[in-house]
Design a protein around this ligand. Structure first.
Ligand code: ATP
Length: 238
C-alpha cells in the first residue's frame, strides 16, 4: 500500500542557524518527488529531519496520515520510512549479505528470504558479491547495497540522498532505473540529487530549494528548462 508524505512548515536549525525554514511539501502516495538545490541549500537537513535524525524546531511530518514529527527514528522505519543516506554509510568490514540483513532489523515478520531474493533480482551484481566485504566494493556496488539495505526494511516511503553521487553514467542509469522499479511496486519516493536534470526527468513533482526555503514547485519535466533551476544550481542566471 502506498502512503503520502506530508511536510508542513518544517524549520530545522543548527545552533542559531536556521538551515531549513518553513518548508512544506507533499509527496503523494506512489509518486516520485525530488528536491533540487545547490550545495548547502538544506536538502540533507530536510531528509535527516524526516528520518528523525535532526530535531524539528517548528512544523510537522506525517506519513500515511500518522503524525511522526516526534517519533524516534527506528519507529519511523517500522512505520514504513527508510532512508538511503548520503555517502552510503555501509559497514565496510561486514559482507554484502550482512549489510543487507541489517536493513531488516526492525522487522519481526520473519519473511526476509523473499525480500533478499527481490533485492538480488533488482541488483544481480550483488548476488556475485554476496559474501564479499562491503568496503571492497566499487562505488556503484556500494550504492546498490545501500539501496538494498533500505529496501530490506520493506518501506512504504523511501528517501534517497544523492544516490548517484560520483558514479559512472552507466551506473547512474542503473540506480535511477532501480528507483523507478521500486516506485512502480508502490513505494513513494523522495529523491535528493545533485544530478538535478536526471532527477527532474523521473520526478512527478519537484521542489527547488534555495538557502533553506522552497522557491519553486512543479512537475519534474516542467522544471527541466526553468531558469530558476539553473539559478538554484549555479547561483546565477547564465
Ligand atoms: P550538500 O548537497 O552539500 O549535501 P545540502 O543541500 O544537503 O548540501 P545541508 O547539508 O542540509 O545542505 O546543509 C544546509 C546548511 O546547514 C548549510 O549551510 C550547512 O553549512 C549547514 N549545516 C549542515 N550540517 C551542519 C552541522 N552539523 N552543523 C552546523 N551547520 C550545518
Amino acid at each position: 500500500m502506498s502512503v503520502d508524505l506530508v511536510v508542513s512548515g518544517l524549520t530545522v536549525g543548527y545552533g542559531s542557524i536556521l538551515a531549513v525554514r518553513d518548508v512544506s511539501l507533499t509527496v503523494k502516495a506512489g509518486e516520485i518527488a525530488t528536491i533540487v538545490g545547490a550545495n548547502g541549500s538544506g536538502k540533507t537537513t530536510i531528509l535527516n529531519a524526516l528520518c528523525g535524525l535532526r530535531d524539528v524546531r517548528m512544523g510537522s511530518v506525517s506519513l500515511g496520515g500518522t503524525d511522526i514529527t516526534h517519533v524516534p527514528p527506528h519507529d519511523r522505519v517500522k512505520l514504513g520510512l527508510a532512508q538511503v543516506p548520503e555517502g552510503r554509510r555501509l559497514f565496510g568490514r561486514m559482507t554484502v549479505a550482512e549489510n543487507l540483513e541489517i536493513g531488516a532489523f526492525t522487522r519481526t515478520d520473519g519473511s526476509l528470504a523473499a525480500d533478499m531474493d527481490r533485492i538480488l533480482t533488482l541488483f544481480p551484481r550483488l548476488k556475485e558479491r554476496y559474501r564479499q566485504l562491503a568496503g571492497t566494493l566499487s562505488g556503484g556496488e556500494q550504492q546498490m547495497v545501500a539501496m538494498g539495505r533500505a529496501l530490506m526494511a520493506r518501506p512504504k516511503c523511501l528517501l534517497l540522498d544523492e544516490p548517484t553521487m560520483g558514479l559512472a553514467p552507466q551506473i547512474v542509469d542503473l540506480v535511477l532505473d532501480a528507483v523507478r522499479t521500486v516506485n512502480g511496486e508502490g513505494v513513494t519516493v523522495l529523491l535528493v540529487e545533485q544530478n538535478a536534470y536526471r532527477a527532474l526527468e523521473i520526478a512527478d513533482r519537484a521542489f527547488v530549494i534555495e538557502t533553506g526555503e522552497i522557491t519553486l514547485t512543479g512537475p519534474g519535466r516542467d522544471l527541466v528548462d526553468h531558469p530558476r533551476v539553473r539559478t538554484a544550481y549555479l547561483g546565477h542566471d547564465s
